[in-house]
Design a protein around this ligand. Structure first.
Ligand SMILES: [Zn+2]
Length: 179
């Protein structure tokens, strides 16, 4: 119930802020794998979905010792993720992304993409709850490396570039933007 409420409130908030429901292209393919296109973060699934699975792994690690019920910890994790999504789609962060990172065309996520992100976070959380810690760590590292190898961006790189933009990294990321 709490999880559904979080999804509904997040969707309503983003709509209120003027984010579109769906990609402006109007195409109904559920996924978009073109990171350097206006379709990124607009369809349901894209390469960044994997970084949201990693959010789920991290939240599980952070919250699993809290003296709350399993349901309450899960709802808290989704609440933090939804809060991050709302922040990420605020004017300040969108502007910062576009100035400091490779996200030149970034105007914020579509509502459906954001709900997908939260669901992928829930998936990561569920995975972490079921597999050993070492397996979660391995999954985290493998996902980071796979993302860096394929799209030259990842959760950790994203955080780094948002907090402390490095020109060299930006050039390296932009180098494959054309092809
Ligand atoms: Zn599109």
């Amino acid at each position: 119930m709490a999880a559904v409420a979080i999804l509904v409130v997040t969707a309503a908030w983003l709509r209120f802020q003027g984010q579109p429901w769906w990609c402006a292209c109007g195409g109904w393919n559920l996924s978009s794998w073109q990171v350097w296109s206006s379709h990124n973060s607009q369809h349901l699934v894209d390469p960044y979905s994997f970084s949201h699975v990693l959010h789920g792994l991290l939240f599980y690690a952070l919250l699993c010792r809290l003296p709350l019920s399993r349901g309450a910890r899960f709802a808290l994790a989704l609440g933090i993720e939804a809060g991050w999504e709302v922040l990420e789609n605020s004017e300040i962060i969108i502007r910062r992304y576009r100035e400091a990172t490779m996200s030149l065309d970034y105007f914020g996520d579509s509502v459906v993409n954001t709900l997908g992100d939260i669901l992928f976070c829930a998936l990561g959380y569920g995975i972490a709850a079921r597999i050993p810690v070492r397996a979660s760590v391995a999954l985290f590292v493998a996902t980071e490396l796979a993302m860096i190898a394929t799209i030259r961006d990842s959760l950790l790189l994203n955080v780094l570039m948002l907090a402390w933009p490095l020109e060299a990294v930006k050039h390296w990321q932009m180098a494959i933007a054309g092809g």
